[in-house]
Design a binder for this molecule. Structure first.
Ligand code: HEM
Length: 508
């Protein structure tokens, strides 16, 4: 009898194991093509990680615009037809859920356990402080902080050339200015302590950036849960550092803290959340707000430098806007007061920003499938999607690189998003049909980036100040645009696989 029980138990365990490994999963009628890959449970995860774009292109050639693949124990249905993105983006939260999927990832990479129902707090607070009137305040802070970091030597000494890597230079400045604008400035101890406080801002933000870059480099392996033990130790040290530097009690001693960061702390305090957990959230916000803008600034400046016609058009626009604002930038004059109003007149720069993000922003948008559902495609086809699976779109290959929508998709065309009359172009077509989601650097739907208006402003402010105050050039004007670090597909703005040497000096 006992032997029989053991055999039954072993058999059940074996079947359970095989089930978990995906051995019994079969495509049911009406479902998308299923591709489990060669390895049980792992499925295609190795090839997917090695180069997401190449892999998805291969799958699309093999199966068409909709297919289900096995990735590390999950079945993920990819939707690659941009005309059919609407149902994914707009599907109700009862069927396609973002939070459930994000919660575990957020804990793994930031150590933060989110409370249920806190997503709407982020949305409310972002609506209040990251757009409209709130953005006006933030734009002023950003201008002041960029000026502190970029122009503190202005007029003090004979301008000299400095050589640097363009990527590190752009990331450094934009990260630090963005951080200071959101988390506040060191408070001057006395009236004439203002210069000292500004210097402290420069020094402290520099150390933070240095540590952030280390974390940034660990991020892809961390997100996939494959960080080797030695790196895990390093990660722990970095996390402790961020939780300490960004701790609520420290941020509260600062001046000019943004309403966004302040609100996010306050609401959690009122919810009764442990302070140490709020400190972790502060780090999450730092990563979300600063991880993409600096790399985007790099690509934008590089593309402008490599395309003289873009440089001429954008510099012309900047000079005109400065003139129209009644200001004149001089050696001994006041600093440029770069207002939000001025930034709203930059139609050519807006197009260059949009074009840059089309080329370098590559997020993977993922949802958990909470109920069995039917996916209705634009061409009338329908697919059954199973509860418990995941759905994803990868707009970079799905739409941003589609030659049917964006001819010559790998080329940078600064005016791609301009109509012939100079207004913003928003109409793009595929096979004669209008495409609503023609570029998606900010994601879409429930999880669309709440910082997109501020981020766009940050990029424009940085370029504006570079063009007004600096001369700069590539050390090798003939050098090719660097390749992309393919380990980062899916995580937002891509980074180059090498830096680009350049030099810059103040004009004044
Ligand atoms: C060029 C710069 C930026 C890019 C390309 C970018 C892109 C994105 C994308 C694609 C997502 C959605 C991810 C998903 O659906 O899984 C996202 C989310 C987010 N972004 Fe941005 N972002 C940028 C800058 C910023 C800035 C400056 C802030 C804040 C000031 C910010 C705050 C956030 C937050 C808080 C989320 C999470 C939203 C949520 O959970 O619903 N981002 N970003």
């Amino acid at each position: 009898m006992l032997v029989l029980q053991i055999i039954v138990a072993l058999f059940t365990a074996l079947m359970g194991g095989l089930y978990l490994l995906g051995v019994f999963r079969r495509r049911r009628p009406g479902e998308p093509p299923l591709d489990k890959g060669l390895f049980p449970w792992l499925g295609h995860v190795l090839e997917f990680r090695r180069n997401t774009v190449k892999f998805l292109q291969r799958m699309q050639r093999k199966h068409g615009d909709v297919f289900t693949i096995q990735l590390g124990g999950f079945y993920v249905t990819f939707l690659q037809d941009p005309l059919s993105f609407g149902p994914f983006v707009k599907e109700s939260r009862e069927k396609l859920d973002f939070n459930k999927f994000a919660k575990h990832l957020v804990h793994r990479v930031f150590g933060y356990w989110s409370a249920n129902s806190e997503h709407h707090i982020l949305q409310q607070s972002s609506n209040k402080y990251l757009k409209g009137d709130g953005l006006e305040v933030l734009t002023q802070s950003m201008t002041a902080n960029l000026q502190n970091l970029m122009l503190h030597n202005l007029g003090k000494e004979e301008p000299a050339w400095t050589e640097d890597g363009l990527f590190m230079y752009c990331y450094n400045i934009v990260f630090r200015a963005g951080y200071l604008s959101l988390y506040g400035n060191v408070s001057p101890k006395c009236k004439d302590g203002e210069e000292k406080a500004k210097e402290k801002d420069r020094v402290e933000s520099e150390s933070l950036f240095y540590k952030f870059r280390k974390y940034d480099q660990l991020f892809p392996n961390l997100a996939y849960g494959v960080l080797p033990p030695k790196r895990r130790l390093e990660l722990r040290g970095l996390m402790d550092y961020f939780w300490d530097v960004l701790a609520v009690r420290k941020v509260k001693t600062k001046d000019n803290i943004s309403g966004w960061v302040w609100d996010m702390q306050q609401v959690r305090e009122e919810m009764g959340m442990d302070e140490a957990m709020i400190d972790r959230y502060m780090f999450l916000l730092l990563w979300a707000s600063q991880g993409n803008t600096g790399p985007s600034a790099f690509w934008l400046l590089l593309y402008i430098m490599k395309h003289p016609e873009a440089m001429t058009a954008i510099k012309g626009e900047v000079d005109r806007i400065v003139r129209e604002s009644g200001q004149e930038v001089r050696h001994d004059g006041p600093l440029l007061n770069l207002t939000r109003e001025m930034l709203m007149k930059t139609t050519i720069m807006d197009s260059a920003v949009e074009e840059t993000l089309r080329l370098c922003a590559a997020p993977l948008l993922t949802r958990a499938v909470l109920q069995d559902m039917t996916l209705k495609m634009a061409d009338g086809k329908e697919f059954l999607i199973r509860k418990g699976d995941r759905m994803a779109i990868f707009p970079y290959s799905g739409v941003q690189m589609d030659p049917g929508i964006h001819p010559d998709p790998r080329a940078f065309k600064y005016d791609r998003f301009l109509n012939p009359d100079g207004s913003k172009k928003t109409e793009f077509y595929k096979d004669g049909k209008k495409v609503k989601y023609y570029t998606m650097p900010w994601g879409a739907g429930v999880s669309i980036c709440p910082g997109r208006f501020f981020a766009t402003n940050e990029l424009k402010q940085f370029i504006f100040l570079m063009l007004v105050y600096f001369e700069f050039e590539l050390l090798d004007p003939e050098m090719e645009i660097p390749g992309i670090d393919v380990r980062r597909w899916g995580f937002g703005t891509m980074q180059p696989d090498r830096d680009v040497p350049f030099r810059y000096r103040l004009r004044y």
